[in-house]
Design a protein around this ligand. Structure first.
Ligand code: P6P
Length: 335
């Protein structure tokens, strides 16, 4: 019986082939994958697990926390704090940095994650995901500061996401391209099913929350209006639109068949630079998209070049098929 290439074997082969992955990184990633498997089991229980409700609490974003937001955050902390590879962690669900307790061995990496992105979709049974990013830690491993996390996306060592959909998938980059793995529940392993994922440079599919249309800036208004005009407009071809309200699902669709995803700067809340968070949504997804031949921009700047100013900083996001993102960026430059 053919098992295929497990994620564990793949990383060992990559270490031998490319020499980029260290033993320490492989150990850390192994614990991240365990956390994603545990979360997958929790999600797939659905309402049977009795944890689909909202809590009275709010996260640092001022968003109502779902029981699963807190549970999945705790799963990540428990699975990864004992890896011996981390100096600290940061999460959408925690205001401050999480220091590795004194009774655990610390290491030279930092882990940043959104444990359950799109969690508002859970109780309507729409795909959700986990997003993670790994950074080097060069400072004092016993007292990682927020400033140690504030590294531009170009400094990421690894990034990936788990997609809890009709199947559970793990998509990963360590800077050597992008590969996708599907969870085989019979053996409890992620198995290589999507080697060498690349994003088509052109697309006819865009993703944006159209209910915000009146708040968009002129370049985005122009781009979307031209897509909607289709054959009758300057693009000369029809487009399709998708909006899942789950970034992981949108990015995965784009990795598989192309597309452009936009959560642009808008005037809906002038105090916010965007909706999505730089450290644990935009940066890891941008690393993956660029490694797959796509492009990721705020409209005015390459996202991976941004010098972060805060753990929970928000940025505009326009990512996906290179030629389409370049067109949207050109409209920003021309405006
Ligand atoms: P809206 C989920 O809350 C999220 O952070 C992303 O996963 C998703 O793309 C976006 O927000 C959805 O935002 O405004 O459409 O609910």
């Amino acid at each position: 019986m053919q098992i295929g290439t497990t994620l564990t074997q793949f990383l060992a082969d990559e270490q031998r082939r490319a020499g980029v992955i260290t033993d320490d990184l492989r150990i850390l990633l192994g614990e991240v994958f365990t956390a994603c498997k545990v979360i997958s089991n929790a999600i797939n229980q659905g309402a049977l697990a009795g944890v689909m409700g909202n809590l009275d609490s709010e996260n640092v974003q001022g968003e109502t926390q779902k029981q699963l937001d807190v549970i999945t955050n705790e799963i990540f902390i428990e699975a990864c704090e004992r890896s011996g590879q981390l100096a600290g962690m940061a999460s959408e669900e925690m205001e401050d940095v999480y220091r590795i307790p004194d009774n655990f061995v610390r290491g030279r990496y930092l882990l940043v994650f959104d444990p359950l992105d799109g969690s508002s979709n859970v109780n309507v049974n729409i795909s959700v995901g986990t997003i993670f990013s790994v950074l080097h830690h060069d400072g004092d491993a016993s007292h990682p500061a927020v400033s140690d996390f504030l590294q531009p996306g170009t400094r990421q060592v690894a990034a990936g996401y788990a997609l809890y959909g009709s199947s559970t998938m793990l998509v990963l980059t360590t800077g050597q391209g992008v590969n996708g793995f599907t969870l085989d529940r019979n053996i409890g392993e992620f198995v290589l099913t999507h080697p060498g994922m690349t994003i088509p440079a052109d697309t006819k599919e865009f993703a944006i929350n159209a209910s915000n249309q009146r708040f968009w800036e002129a370049p985005v208004q122009r781009y979307v209006a031209e897509c909607v005009a289709g054959k009758t407009g300057p693009r000369g071809r029809d487009f399709n639109m998708r909006w899942v309200a789950s970034m992981v699902a949108e990015v995965h669709r784009i990795l598989v068949r192309g597309g452009v995803f936009m959560y642009p700067k808008d005037t809906k809340d002038p105090t916010k630079a965007g909706k999505l968070r730089l450290m644990y949504e935009a940066n890891p997804m941008s690393f993956i998209v660029e490694q797959a031949g796509g492009m990721s921009s705020t409209g005015r700047q390459r996202i991976l070049d941004i010098q972060p100013e805060g753990l929970h900083q928000r940025v505009p996001v326009i990512l996906g098929s290179k030629n389409e993102v370049e067109l949207v960026v050109s409209y920003h430059q021309g405006h």
